[in-house]
Write a protein that binds this ligand. Structure first.
Ligand code: FEO
Length: 395
């Protein structure tokens, strides 16, 4: 079923209530999600994006019910990733001549995934446009690295709608479509989680691209992303949030992340949290056993934090695998301007703290010298090392 967005613009995506994981198992989904595609029915009929491959047959069936494929004039493929291009092949099989407007990189991506089949690509760049009748046109804006090299946004004049694809999206299943009808707390939470886990590595591109779009002086009445709510009420609120998030300005918050075998490192983590509260009662502290926690949600706390402390006992001359894997993910998100410290227990060789510090340096953190490295279970003397490390993290 298509749903009206504005005038002759309709939503025709897939609401994914059942989704629990995204990008393989790499992104946890707590509030469902959606793949938003849109149909514009002016003198020209246009489809903007499609849905994820598992839903392609249902999507094309719905589309054909609303708009017979022979009446479709062209498709805009804002992004080649499979959650938006997954039904393209099914449509092209039925309409081999259909023009597909996309960036040069999207051609590479689509041909890489679906094969070189001589699809009728029309390569566009920022500022290129196409008339769709009734005085309206689509203007294309390359969105390189927001979040793939092929990403693009499409602006509809007259209705003043920006189809932003992944940018400004959230993993949130919303049958009622619009931001003013959905739960604002969930929107905020999911939009931030999406930014941290998908866009944070590209923050410098975010700032420059938003400046570029604002300089184009295009009135924006609505932002239609490819996941989650449509920004209908005060659409620029999410643009302002992206500008703020891209600045990497942390809060007065410290996040402690650890794994433990026999609770020695866990005791250090808890004592460190108490010590932070003693030295700086206004600082918000979060503690996570990373082997039991949702890594994407933990990253939101890291994003908000000015410093982190990471702990692990030594096992096999190294940190525990849950901590090592988490630091590898931490590195990929390219956080900047944050302090970090390491702690942990050991029985015999005791390499974990040094290895954590080395890994955190490699992940771009400003690692403090102070550490808490404890042989066997922590005792009173060991706890006395914690205030110095906390002081350095808070400084
Ligand atoms: Fe929603 Fe980059 O795909």
């Amino acid at each position: 079923m298509k749903k009206q967005v504005k005038n002759n613009v309709y939503w025709i995506g897939y609401i994914d209530w059942e989704l629990k994981k995204f990008h393989g198992d790499e992104y946890s989904i707590h509030s469902g999600s959606s793949q938003n595609a849109y149909v514009i029915e002016e003198e020209k009929n246009v489809l903007i994006d499609t849905v994820w491959a598992p839903h392609r047959f249902e999507f094309v069936e719905n589309l054909e019910r609303e708009l017979p494929l022979e009446k479709l004039d062209f498709i805009v493929a804002n992004h080649g990733e499979i959650d938006h291009s997954g039904a393209l092949q099914t449509i092209v099989e039925k309409r081999p001549d259909i023009p597909i407007y996309c960036t040069a990189n999207a051609v590479k991506s689509l041909e890489g995934q679906y094969g070189k089949k001589n699809w009728n690509f029309h390569v566009v760049k920022t500022g290129d446009s196409v008339e769709i009748g009734n005085g309206k046109k689509l203007i294309f804006v390359e969105m390189k690295m927001l979040h793939w090299p092929d990403s693009m946004a499409t602006y509809l004049t007259g209705d003043n709608i920006l189809f932003s694809n992944d940018a400004f999206g959230q993993h949130y299943a919303v049958e009622e479509l619009f931001n003013d009808k959905a739960d604002p707390a969930v929107i905020e939470k999911e939009a931030l989680k999406y930014y941290v886990n998908i866009l944070n590595p590209f923050s410098s591109f975010v700032t420059r691209k938003i400046d570029e779009i604002l300089k184009m002086n295009l009135p924006i009445d609505m932002i239609c992303p490819s996941h989650g709510v449509i920004w209908a009420k005060d659409p620029l609120q999410i643009v302002k949030k992206y500008q703020k998030w891209a600045l990497d300005e942390p809060e007065d918050r410290i996040t402690i992340v650890y794994d433990s075998m026999w609770q020695g490192t866990e005791k250090l983590a808890h004592e460190m949290a108490h010590e932070i509260a003693r030295q700086s009662p206004d600082t918000v502290v979060k503690v996570y056993n990373i082997a039991e926690s949702d890594k994407n949600d933990v990253m939101v706390d890291v994003f908000r934090s000015k410093a982190i402390a990471v702990g692990s006992p030594t096992v096999g001359n190294d940190m525990l695998p849950a901590v090592a894997g988490w630091i590898a993910y931490l590195k990929s998100l390219k956080f900047k301007g944050k302090k970090a410290g390491a702690f942990g227990t050991y029985g015999w060789s005791g390499e974990s703290v040094a290895k954590i510090k080395e890994a955190l340096k490699g992940a771009g953190f400003d690692v403090i010298d102070e550490e808490v490295r404890v042989n066997w279970n922590p005792d009173r003397e060991d706890y006395e090392k914690i205030p110095e490390m906390v002081e350095a993290l808070l400084k």
